[in-house]
Design a protein around this ligand. Structure first.
Ligand SMILES: CC[C@H](C(=O)O)C(=O)SCCNC(=O)CCNC(=O)[C@H](O)C(C)(C)COP(=O)(O)OP(=O)(O)OC[C@H]1O[C@@H](n2cnc3c(N)ncnc32)[C@H](O)[C@@H]1OP(=O)(O)O
Ligand SMILES: [Co+2]
Length: 139
């Protein structure tokens, strides 16, 4: 696989509205999307756009959300993952698996409507890495 652009940084928060206020009022964020639920991934999502990337604010949907456990350990929230784009997610999964990295589950549709997958943080120096298939032109 070849590492593509940094698509977003995932930030877990107990409150998307409170986090949005910080990015808007403290940092001057001007392009903030509407929050939306992603039930299949057990998260509520809101994107804060920066000129060259995005912050993906994440609230847990339900006690079994992957964010819930993170927030138990980090009640105020915090940096959760980084997401890079790849041209071909299946090829990336095969490559990573062949290299011995733990790919978590099968690719599934993420918040941008394209296939995403995660690599276990223990195989990436303590960083939870998400890979997202680059949206096809015009999609
Ligand atoms: C897909 C929609 C959206 C998008 O962009 O499109 C998203 O990004 S949704 C993001 C939320 N979804 C996920 O994170 C799915 C992948 N995550 C997982 O499978 C788990 O959260 C996992 C495996 C990373 C952790 O599992 P779990 O929380 O059940 O286990 P532990 O808490 O015991 O953690 C095990 C070990 O990993 C360390 N850990 C956990 N989370 C993170 C993290 N975000 N960054 C770095 N390290 C993390 C944790 O500290 C444990 O380490 P240890 O040394 O044993 O304490
Ligand atoms: Co993400």
């Amino acid at each position: 696989m070849t590492l593509g652009r940094l698509n977003h940084i995932g930030v877990a928060t107990p409150s998307i509205p409170a986090a949005v206020a910080l990015y808007r009022d403290l940092l001057g964020a001007e392009a903030i999307g509407e929050a939306f639920d992603l039930p299949a991934q057990k998260v509520r999502v809101c994107f804060v756009d920066a000129p060259n990337s995005q912050i993906e604010l994440l609230e847990p949907l339900g006690a079994d959300s992957p964010i819930a456990k993170f927030l138990e350990k980090n009640p105020a929230g915090g940096q959760h993952h980084v997401c890079f784009e790849v041209a071909d997610i299946a090829a990336a999964v095969a490559d990573l698996t062949a290299k011995g990295a733990r790919v978590l589950g099968a690719p599934r549709i993420g918040a941008h409507g394209t296939l995403v997958v995660f690599v276990h943080p223990k195989d990436m120096g303590g960083v939870l890495v998400e890979l997202m298939e680059t949206p096809k032109e015009g999609h």
